[in-house]
Design a protein around this ligand. Sequence first.
Ligand code: GLU
Length: 399
Amino acid sequence: MSAASQVAAVPSAGQPSLKTFKRIVIKVGSSLLVDRGQGGVKRAWLESLGQDIADLHRQGADVLVVSSGAIALGRTVLGLPERELKLEDSQAAAAIGQIALARIWAEVLADRKLTAGQILVTLGDTEERQRYLNARATIGRLLDLRAVPVINENDTVATNEIRYGDNDRLAARVATMASADLLILLSDVQGLYTAPPAENPTAELIPVVSRVDAAIEAMAGGAASRHSRGGMRTKIEAAKIATAGGTHMIITDGRVEHPVSRLNEGAPCTWFLTGSNPVTARKKWIAGSLEPRGALHVDAGAAQAIANGKSLLPAGVTRVEGSFTSGDCVLIRDFRATEIGRGLVAYDASDAVLIAGRNSQDISGLLGTPGRAVIIHRDDMVLARDRIAAWEPDADGKS
Ligand code: GLU
């Protein structure tokens, strides 16, 4: 999928412009979306956010929403008590609330001529490479089709052992998975303060955090409100995940109407800056931390094509070496067996052997099931000539 390829210029604090960002994830917490008294959705507020999303989309940005609210909506329908829910009750509440949540998002976006696509993820979808690549491909396709993915944890099957639990970290995982260049956490606070503001009236808002270090973590405190699981601590965890993946992050107060467009008017917030960008961070990960499990030998035409920035197609593969599974890192070798690149392969070795040298249209006939047209996508590939650069520390000294 196409990804933001440059570090967007981060404006000075107080006058941010979101126009430079190409792919933006907006995280909406339950306490913003769900009226605590009524138990329904705060429709007028959501309409205003829908307008902000439509504006960003019209300016050309890809927009993804990570929306909480399933459990909060479902518990009202079921009349469940306000105290912490038992696991099976929260799973049941989520099953009921998620339908309503998806419908409301679809309506609000459709009113603005946008198409919503629901994605429910479980922990493994971002933590296991094969599933990660699968979810990433789906998100990529939805964005290519100019849809707005609306994402939540699949709370009906999540258990305490296998869950993110809070949508702050889920949103950060989604942002890096989607190679987003900006993540906006809409919260019930204006940003990160030097101390928890409820306890300390002299606490000051920090406009820019250029690196999440121990001092920043110490400022986070731990509180979470009754409706949302994440407190400031999970937001700082989210900032660590996002910035390591090349995504800038903003925390801002979402309790006002048009919470995103207000950022362009200087609404208070905290920026967490990354010294990288999603493409570089991802290529660094592929180049540096994965053990190759095999190799694809390619012909001269394919070697030239990938040198020109194209994906590797099965047609260009002359030989398959090693026993790998889809999602593994494999080397790409030219006809002299010289390594010209490496990347995450979309097929198991046994299937790669069957489709090597064949046209992508034939994949379905050869494997008996439709498969991906490319064997290594260009976004999942690092060329040998770029590997040194991918290994080098960033300009600011971070590795
Ligand atoms: N996924 C949960 C829900 O939709 C919310 C988790 C959170 O509040 O961070 O109800």
